[in-house]
Design a binder for this molecule. Structure first.
Ligand SMILES: CC(C)(COP(=O)(O)OP(=O)(O)OC[C@H]1O[C@@H](n2cnc3c(N)ncnc32)[C@H](O)[C@@H]1OP(=O)(O)O)[C@@H](O)C(=O)NCCC(=O)NCCS
Length: 169
């Protein structure tokens, strides 16, 4: 069975918390998330996403048989970058390695290019995040370069990679 993407529902909070309450996931994301990550934290996130500007924030639950097994977000940039959006995602660890990350990235990009005026979707994984780099490549993203010493995570200075998918008209 393939995964799907759909808008968040407040009932997804427990499954979202179960996924994100995992250091292996949070170590690959930006800072600022609580750890441990509770169902209350998840409810807060889902409520914020449901209330967010629909022209700038595209947040989806990644689901399997309607159970949330991951999270996908595409966030429009502003000013001269208003037709560019950054993508972020994670899949709950028990579901890794089954093609769901790749499928969710592809489904999301199809949705964004079909329903919005966004022309560039980018993602910036840490250079050591082979799984994330791989799914972006499998979804057709181009690696545009290495962003040297672009982040500090858990006290370490890290390189990142810039991947982008450009809308073809
Ligand atoms: C990145 C992530 C979303 C991938 O999800 P997934 O459902 O496991 O991805 P898929 O099954 O579609 O594909 C994973 C690919 O990475 C490859 N891979 C996984 N670990 C790897 C490693 N250590 N080295 C090389 N390749 C690796 C797999 O072999 C597979 O490629 P293949 O199909 O060519 O064999 C998931 O690992 C995750 O949530 N990680 C933590 C959060 C994160 O990194 N988010 C992205 C931030 S930029």
């Amino acid at each position: 069975m393939d995964c799907k993407i759909r808008p968040w529902q407040i009932e997804d909070a427990a499954n979202l918390a179960a996924a994100l309450n995992n250091r292996k996931i949070q170590d690959n994301l930006r800072d600022g998330l609580p750890f441990p990550y509770t169902t209350e934290d998840a409810k807060e996130y889902i409520t914020a996403m449901l209330a967010a500007d629909k022209e700038a924030n595209y947040a989806f639950a990644i689901t399997l048989d309607d159970k949330a097994i991951g999270s996908m977000g595409v966030f429009r940039k502003n000013n001269i970058h208003c037709r560019t959006a950054e993508m972020g995602y994670y899949i709950a660890e028990p579901y890794w390695g089954k093609g769901f990350g790749t499928s969710a990235v592809k489904q999301t990009c199809d949705y964004i290019f079909k329903h919005t005026d966004i022309i560039r979707i980018f993602a910036e994984p840490f250079a050591h995040n082979a799984a994330s780099c791989r799914i972006l490549e499998k979804a057709g993203f181009q690696c545009e370069g290495l962003l040297c010493k672009n982040a500090v995570k858990n006290g370490k200075v890290l390189d990142m990679k810039m991947y982008a998918l450009i809308r073809e008209d």
